[in-house]
Ligand binder design. Sequence first.
Ligand code: PEP
Ligand code: MG
Length: 591
Amino acid sequence: MGIAQTTSNVSVSSSFSIHGIGVSSGIAIGRAHLVSNALLEVVHYVLPAHLVDDEITRFSEAINTVKKDLETIQFQLSKNAPAEISAFINTHLMMLADKSLSEKPKDIIRTEQCNAEWAIKQQMDDIVEQFEAIEDEYLRERKQDVVQVVERVIKSLLGHPNQASIQQSVKQQENNIILVAHDISPADAIQFKQHHFAAFITDVGGVTSHTAILARSLNIPSIVALQRARDLIDDNELIIVDGSLGVVIVNPSKEILAEYKLRQDQWELEQQKLQRIKSTKAVTICGTAIELQANIEVPEDIIAVKAAGATGIGLYRTEFLFMNKREMPDEEEQFLAYKQVAEAMKGMPVTIRTLDLGADKQVNPDTVSNCTNPALGLRAVRLCLSEPQIFHTQLRALLRASHYGHIKILIPMLSTLSELRQTKILLERAKASLRKKNIPFDENIALGGMIEVPAAAINAEAFAKELDFMSIGTNDLIQYTLAIDRTDDAVAHLYNALHPSVLKLISMTIKAGAKLGKSVAVCGEMAGDAKLTKLLIGMGLRQLSMHPSNILSVKQQVLHSQISQLNANANKVLSYTDLEKIELMVAKFNL
Ligand code: PEP
Ligand code: MG
């Protein structure tokens, strides 16, 4: 994504727009603040032999300075800071302590008699090259962490104050500041937060990049993957960031600026208005209750869940607990995390999904497979069944935590009944191991399955017979139905939730659940898209799980829904075979 699309020539004063991936909604209007890229300033020079030792000392001092900087930031983190930030800083500290960054450059300085900046840059390029060979998108993006850490060391070597210059300029400016960076490290982001940046935009990153994760947790508009924003935008230029559309408008004309100011006011007004319905029950005009639950990745997300007034957790993606670690969390660590969420939700349902790791989401870079179609490989329940010890540990942790709240277990990526039956055997085994030791757990714990593979949707009745509940994972269901890699920018324009085949599979699943008296939820991104709420309710859904920040806008749609009307509309939509017609009809729902 993201090649600049100019409406006129790109010059200092002309207006143009750049397109990227909007990862956090909202509109910001402000002045660009370009974050320097120290890496571009690195030059190479050869040292006389007698200065090599001094250069190595200079390098060690820079490493120590950066270590102290990071530890200070870590120490100063407020208790309310998103947990991801602390985890990111830890990752950076670990990288800094790794011999490949703290020792290897010394060898390079010694053997090549070169300057320290050049040595660490060489080493970084080597490491980045290794990361680039990794197929897993999440892990591949971790190369940005290496770059960010090295950038800090280089800034220190070059005598750049790491944050001071940015903070200083922020203090001097009263206008909204929009950070324009090649990438932004989490450690920087927490500092930026204290100075009330209006938005940040970056050249690199995907929806799972640290920048995206942070932007969402800090709730400020953000766009990533703009590719050349740093080249095209000048410092202090006026820019508009439309996080919902993923568009940056540089040097907007008076008219565009006025239009966006209006949109921004409207957006803020809408957000304020939405707060009024925070404690209102999500019930349609005709009195039907709709469960609006939240998706979370880490226990700390509970704060946002509570603030949004969610009535439960519809999806707890436990792989995040594994992916941010160098080592697999053991049973106790998992138990404590699940228990914390269960207790915090005070009896409300907490649906915990078992590991959705796999060929495209490995815990350890060394175990990355060379699978050519990672999304079709050994992931989720397939992986868990092939690694029964990992599965057993997680099932035991989940069962133990079930004693402390209302936990439900959700199995991802089921495609055959035998996977479900094997899972049940393993669950029984885990239960038996706890009974033997008199460890309490919920004997009636519900077992649900994700319907996210077309094979499962088509065979939903059979799954419904053997499951306690179902949850439709539309993100993967769309990917697998339309044969579109959800991580591939090049085919992103073909990824469409309203494709008639996708809607048919969702409808088949809902009907199967209704026939067998099993509840059906949607926990993919579709559930949080307020433009689709009326369609989903019309199709028969009564439970939606989404990112906490979407709950109020979806609730607003629920409050304006009349079931009989929506059923009729949805039936019409389902009779269409033409995507364009469906899109038109769904747009009309929301008029
Ligand atoms: C989905 O596929 O819709 C889903 C909720 O799971 P994930 O996005 O974690 O794959
Ligand atoms: Mg999925």
